[in-house]
Design a protein around this ligand. Structure first.
Ligand SMILES: Nc1ncnc2c1ncn2[C@@H]1O[C@H](COP(=O)(O)OP(=O)(O)OP(=O)(O)O)[C@@H](O)[C@H]1O
Ligand SMILES: [Mg+2]
Length: 211
């Protein structure tokens, strides 16, 4: 986005010189959007760099989920997916790394959006169940999983190449990530339609010292 910001800024100067303040304002708005995006990218890179040194970290689940929801907002709104998620009013600490857990949630949300694309009603329900272990459930009302035994296999995909992406790596990478946190990821079909994916993680004490 840096190069884009520079050219939008240069153009804004020209628009102002030519007496077109509305066009200049448009550019400034886009610059603002892009700096937000850069902020997120930098945040991720910093978290990633930090995490490399601390493989067994703990992370606040709701914050990671929230940022995955934000990162997918553009595409969710484009496709018209309604998300039902009530954030618990407390912090939930689990064992894991911020960037990698974010990647897992991102892929589960994207998969649900992909699955529901093109059908009239699109609903994604996300629920956190904090017990002895902490489980996050993603339920969609899409067509369901074609081959539940295959979804975690590398390169298994039912998506057309080049369309919405789809290398068939998302879930196999997610499987490895969740396992490295000592957790579990499962996927199955819901009676009556749709798919449910759940990620179960080990709770981490809020004031525990990272091992
Ligand atoms: N919510 C879902 N509903 C129905 N099918 C699903 C759902 N999530 C995953 N699948 C099936 O599992 C396959 C593998 O998913 P996975 O995330 O590993 O790969 P992908 O989404 O196809 O590609 P990538 O994640 O690499 O971009 C999908 O192609 C799809 O067939
Ligand atoms: Mg995927």
């Amino acid at each position: 986005p840096l190069m884009a910001i520079r050219s939008f800024a240069d153009n804004a100067v020209q628009f102002l010189e030519r007496g077109k303040p509305e066009r200049a304002g448009e550019n400034l708005r886009r610059i603002s959007d892009m700096t937000q995006r850069m902020g997120r990218i930098i945040q991720n890179l910093r978290a990633f760099a930090r995490q490399e040194n601390m493989p067994q970290d703990r992370v606040e689940l709701c914050a990671v989920l929230q940022s995955a929801l934000e990162l997918t907002r553009g595409r969710r709104e484009e496709v018209g997916v309604r998300v039902v998620y009530r954030s618990p009013n407390k912090k939930i600490w689990v064992r894991g790394g911020e960037v990698r857990l974010g990647q897992v949630f991102l892929n589960l949300i994207t998969n649900a959006v992909d699955a529901m694309e093109g059908q009239p009603e699109k609903l994604l329900e996300i629920e956190i169940i904090a017990d002895d272990a902490v489980t996050v459930q993603f339920r969609d009302n899409g067509p369901g999983i074609e081959m539940p035994d295959k979804v975690f296999d590398p390169f298994y995909t039912t998506k057309q190449v080049g369309e919405t992406g789809g290398m068939g790596l998302g879930l196999s990478i997610s499987y490895g990530i969740v396992q490295s946190f000592g957790g579990q990821i499962k996927g199955s079909n819901i009676e009556g339609g749709g798919a449910i994916f759940s990620v179960t993680l080990e709770p981490a004490l809020e004031n525990a010292v990272a091992a």
